[in-house]
Design a binder for this molecule. Sequence first.
Ligand code: NDP
Length: 448
Amino acid sequence: MTSSKELVSGYYNKLLKRNAGEPEFHQAVAEVLDSLKIVLEKDPHYADYGLIQRLCEPERQIIFRVPWISDNNNVHVNRGFRVQFNSALGPYKGGLRFHPSVNLGIIKFLGFEQIFKNSLTGLPIGGGKGGSDFDPKGRSDAEIMRFCQSFMTELYRHIGEYRDVPAGDIGVGGREIGYLFGQYRRLTVQHESGVLTGKGLTWGGSLVRTEATGYGAVYFTNEMMRTHGESLDGAKVIVSGSGNVAIYAMEKAQELGATVVGFSDSSGWVSTPNGVDIQLLKDIKDNRRERVSQYVKETTGATFNADGTIWSLEADVALPCATQNELNGEHAQMLVDNGVKYVAEGANMPSTPEAIEIFRKSGVHFAPGKAANAGGVATSALEMQQNASRDSWSFEYTDQRLHKIMSNIFQRCDQTAKEYDREGDYVIGANIAGFKKVADAMLAQGVI
Ligand code: NDP
């Protein structure tokens, strides 16, 4: 009889051949399949009906041309993507990323992760992801608007409140969602508020959605620390990035008594031994759209570093909140040597497999992104609930719901790891708990 290890490596080898040149997708699948070996040993029926092969193949992949004209009248042609990965639990749900590094493999990795993350939230949402290789940096408002309108002119045919509900991600914030929604409304001649999340508060948006991913990652971290008899109160925290997720992770960590000792962007990192002035950073990044080096010019006690790495700082907790594979094995070893005991991923797959292995071996408590950063999509699902009921909830109520969802996700990961004799391994816990719910739904719904 084929062992579960052989079965899984057979699936993986076929996937490598069928999806050549997509290293990030391979990495995301490898991590989940590795966790599934122990599931298949205990419950071999999860290999029936081609379940795992179907799970690793997107239901639909849409690739399209996005032409637009810049302010100096040049024509630009970008590529747009929407990967509708799995809708067994509900409409496809997942963000749009605008960044020059975007390609099909990156969108597939993000869409694949999204299936398990959305399942972990306990809410009825399937997994999808999209975006474009468009670079918004340095573009005028009018250029961003024209790009968004062109992107939506194709995307609108494939999305809808009951079909696929995109949101933001890297390079797509409130401004972009506004332009995308405007064009959707114009093309469809209806105000279908449930078609996108992350909307403005006066036209169907939800309070707490902006803060949700960062706040949620911090709620998860605090819950994980409490299980080990500690908390964020008095802790030193490194947060990479300075975008949506990073800023609100910093805000909540400091509200809970931590000191954020550093943050970054792609131009370098800032050391802030006395903590971060969040209002100043928000103004620099959100309003003025400037680089992090500007922060040190307008405050005291902070230093900007164009070289080296933010992971060389001393801290108790690290929250990588920028992008995939930003924290490698060497960085992980630095963190361990400098006393970091907890790592929670605000970004999607920011730690390489080598880094995760070092955390595991060194006893660092590690929370994978699909669990720790699920607060964003969970609050998007709460936005969909408010849209469906033509209601809007208070900040306090929505934040309480988010907090409860993050505690539940932590408990689910913790319990599942225990059930499979891997106590404290939140990677195993998240992958298996996320998988089983989707897998049961797929088995119930037949071979489709
Ligand atoms: P933003 O665009 O708001 O911010 C991204 C931040 O990461 C910026 O500081 C950016 O710096 C930095 N960054 C991006 N790419 C790189 C790179 N290649 N090297 C170094 N730094 C980089 O995005 P978000 O905060 O929304 O997303 C951050 C991460 O969190 C992503 O992995 C995303 O998938 C994930 N995530 C986001 C959710 C959300 O609700 N927004 C939900 C769940 C996960 P610079 O400005 O210099 O590019």
